[in-house]
Design a binder for this molecule. Structure first.
Ligand SMILES: Nc1ncnc2c1ncn2[C@@H]1O[C@H](COP(=O)(O)OP(=O)(O)OP(=O)(O)O)[C@@H](O)[C@H]1O
Ligand SMILES: [Mg+2]
Length: 256
């Protein structure tokens, strides 16, 4: 079956080859973990390397800053827009929710004009500002995500969580039901250094990596590295040596 490659070094391998077309995958993490960067990289790679134009729907309020931050990674979004390989739509959650129901809406037009196959929605968390009632919120998010799929788009949806370390793993539970996949980004305190961890929690209908890997944000975007060796409780935010490694450290030999 066809896969939509993210082109992010190490991530497609974790995803068993990439995303399935017309699915929606959550990218969840605390502030600054790299959700926007990962999403942009997915869309820009599509436009520049895979001949798959894309759309960025953002609810951030500072256009200049947005383009500027992307340029820091070497991504010239304006250039891609001029080449009709990308559309950046800056909107509000209210407007986007109305627009998506309109077959001639901005989003539908952008898909038609560019032939877009990918979208980054940054962020789904903004919908919680529009609708307080959890059941209505679920419904609204569900309608929105289905509409994206109907437009033929493969979507990455960012979801912000707090606090920075640890916290309730079910905090974003209401969104997990609507996503076909779930990628978690975490800060991990390890040997007095803040590291970053990535985990594919689910990917419907596909095998995927189960281990927790390190990643770095570099000048050209995210790079996934090796898995955390000899550590446990990584997703709690406070990694500790695994029992076996702790034993070696304490007694200078492996346990019998
Ligand atoms: N040019 C760059 N080179 C290396 N790292 C960078 C660069 N630009 C940003 N970063 C890193 O990327 C992080 C921000 O990533 P990003 O904005 O994608 O996070 P986010 O999860 O979307 O955050 P938020 O929740 O605030 O939207 C910064 O904290 C910084 O460490
Ligand atoms: Mg962001």
């Amino acid at each position: 079956m066809e896969r939509i490659a993210t082109g992010i070094p190490g991530l497609d391998e974790m995803l068993g080859g990439g995303l399935f077309p017309e699915t929606a995958v959550l990218v969840e993490g605390a502030a600054g973990t790299g959700k926007t960067t990962l999403g942009l990289q997915f869309v820009v790679n599509g436009a520049t390397r895979f001949d798959e134009p894309g759309i960025v729907l953002t609810f951030e309020e500072f256009p200049r800053q947005f383009y500027h931050d992307a340029a820091a990674f070497g991504w010239d979004l304006r250039q891609l827009e001029q080449e009709n390989r990308l559309r950046v739509i800056m909107s509000s959650p209210e407007v986007a929710l109305t627009d998506i129901k309109n077959p001639d809406g901005l989003l539908a037009q952008a898909v038609q004009a560019t032939g877009a196959r990918r979208i980054l929605v940054d962020s789904l968390s903004h919908f919680t500002l529009v609708e307080r009632d959890p059941i209505a919120l679920r419904q609204l998010a569900f309608t929105f995500v289905n509409a994206l799929k109907r437009l033929g788009l493969t979507a990455l949806l960012t979801w912000e969580r707090s606090p920075l370390l640890g916290g309730d793993p079910n905090a974003g539970e209401f969104v997990t039901f609507l996503a076909d996949g779930y990628i978690a980004l975490r800060y991990v305190e390890l040997d007095s250094v803040m590291q970053k961890a990535i985990l594919v929690l689910k990917l419907r209908g596909s095998s995927h990596a189960r281990d927790i890997r390190q990643y770095q944000i570099m000048g050209d975007g995210l790079h996934i590295e090796a898995k955390f060796e000899g550590q446990q409780r990584i997703m709690s935010g406070y990694a500790t040596p695994s029992m076996a490694d702790a034993f070696v450290a304490a007694f200078g030999r492996a346990r019998d």
